[in-house]
Design a protein around this ligand. Structure first.
Ligand code: SF4
Length: 418
């Protein structure tokens, strides 16, 4: 059984932040297969064969399959509709790995940010953003990112590795396991990483999210956001479902874009917009507003021209102050004028509220913050003991032992402890 012991708590204004320490982990190894890494169709095929080999009734395959994503369980032990011996056998052959909730921050505006610890010690972020009946989960597709956009904390940490389909779709699975009522209605690939640089895993994860035997989230409620990776865009455009494409535009000219998004050198604005024509559904331009950089009247007119030509909706995003301390967010009044100018030029523009301002909600910010604090704590403890605290794994949170223990059920995300 996996348990989490409460180990430390930090306060961020009205928000609260908790650290959890893993005290056990699911078995993985030779002779095992992670069904959660497969598409629903492939997982079903594996289970059908497995059941047939054991001469079990064929309906057992459906019962097992349902427990992967539709009615997920933390471990096979919880699938009580299956005989005990079968559950034991399933656990040995098809262990159900988990993402470990390392840190969770709850904002006063309802936004919740998760830092998940992966099996190899890497950490990734997801953000759950409730708004009326919608619950949008912003998920990560890579640990870190190689693209180094100047306004992004993830870009500054550099690339660590691609996520597997399980690690991508697992971000939704963990939220559902913690509380099925909180199942996300919308998914956006706008967390850590560039999804189209990890296309094979994102491709499989899209099937898990959308398939009726997966999470069954409608394709039109799933958005993949890209800076414009042309080979990935071509692959994504081949998918027959109505997934949404968002382009992280952020500047109306190639020159401006190049000054903050190095990828512009490889895939320029004109080529990206050309590639977007392959998408049948309406696309979105994401536009982070940075004072004195991309928020002039001339920028608005140039952006309007691009958006009209592409038939794009423009999402205007106030720069999250935590993402890039050296950049200044455009004042709200200026954002209002800018968006009005777009509308006056025939473009649909929506100003998104900055959410989670009292927590580390900017992409990559929480991981940077948590690891910085850990380094500081380890250095302090190393100095006290006369040794350096450097060189320990980032996932080692065992130094957070001063708070009273609070036990959680196996895999229970820290909901209710907010
Ligand atoms: S904005 Fe996206 S693509 Fe750019 S560095 Fe951050 S995670 Fe990477």
């Amino acid at each position: 059984m996996v348990e989490f012991s409460f180990s430390a708590r930090l306060a961020f204004g009205e928000s609260r932040c908790y650290f959890f320490r893993m005290t056990g982990s699911p078995p993985t190894g030779a002779g095992t297969l992670n069904l959660l890494d497969l598409t629903p169709a492939s997982a079903r095929a594996v289970l059908v064969d497995w059941v047939a080999e054991r001469e079990l009734p064929s309906y057992r395959a459906g019962q097992m399959h349902r427990r992967l994503w539709q009615a997920p369980v933390e471990s096979w032990e919880q699938a009580t509709e299956l005989p005990t011996a079968l559950r034991t056998e399933l656990g040995a052959r098809f262990p159900l790995p988990r993402l470990i909730p390392d840190t969770v921050q709850q904002s006063s505006d309802g936004t919740r940010k998760y830092l998940w610890r992966l099996e190899d010690g890497e950490a990734i972020e997801s953000v759950l953003i409730p708004s009326g009946s919608r619950r949008t989960l912003c998920i990560s597709s890579q640990a870190g990112c190689a693209l180094r956009c100047s306004f992004c904390a993830t870009g500054r940490m550099g690339f660590r590795r691609n996520l597997t389909p399980f690690e991508i779709a697992g971000q939704i699975r963990e939220v559902v396991l913690a509380d099925p009522e909180e199942k996300p209605s919308n998914i956006v690939f706008m967390g850590m990483g560039e999804p189209l640089l990890n296309w094979p895993a994102v491709d499989a994860a899209l099937s898990i999210l959308n398939h009726p035997e997966g999470f069954g989230i409608g394709a039109r409620h799933i958005t993949v956001s890209t800076v414009g990776i042309l080979p990935g865009m071509a692959e994504f455009a081949k998918r027959p479902e109505q997934f949404r494409l968002a382009i992280s535009l952020h500047a109306p000219t190639s020159e401006q874009r190049l000054s903050m998004m190095p990828i512009e050198k490889k895939y320029d604005l004109a080529s990206v917009l050309k590639a977007a024509e392959a998408f049948r559904k309406r696309i979105t331009f994401e536009y982070v507003m940075i004072e004195g950089f991309n928020d002039s009247d001339a920028d608005a007119s140039q952006l309007a021209k691009l958006a009209r030509r592409a038939g794009a909706l423009v999402n205007i995003l106030p720069l999250h102050p935590g993402g890039a301390p050296e950049l200044t967010p455009t004042p709200l009044s200026r954002i209002g004028t800018f968006s009005e100018r777009l509308r006056n030029q025939g473009v649909e523009a929506v100003v998104r509220r900055s959410r989670g301002l009292d927590i580390n909600a900017a992409c990559g910010q929480l991981r940077v913050e948590v690891e910085k604090k850990r380094r500081e704590r380890k250095n302090v403890s190393g100095e006290r003991n006369g040794v350096s605290g450097e060189g320990k794994a980032p996932g080692d949170v065992s130094t957070h032992t001063s708070s009273p223990a609070l036990r959680l059920r196996s895999g229970q995300a820290p909901r209710g402890i907010v």
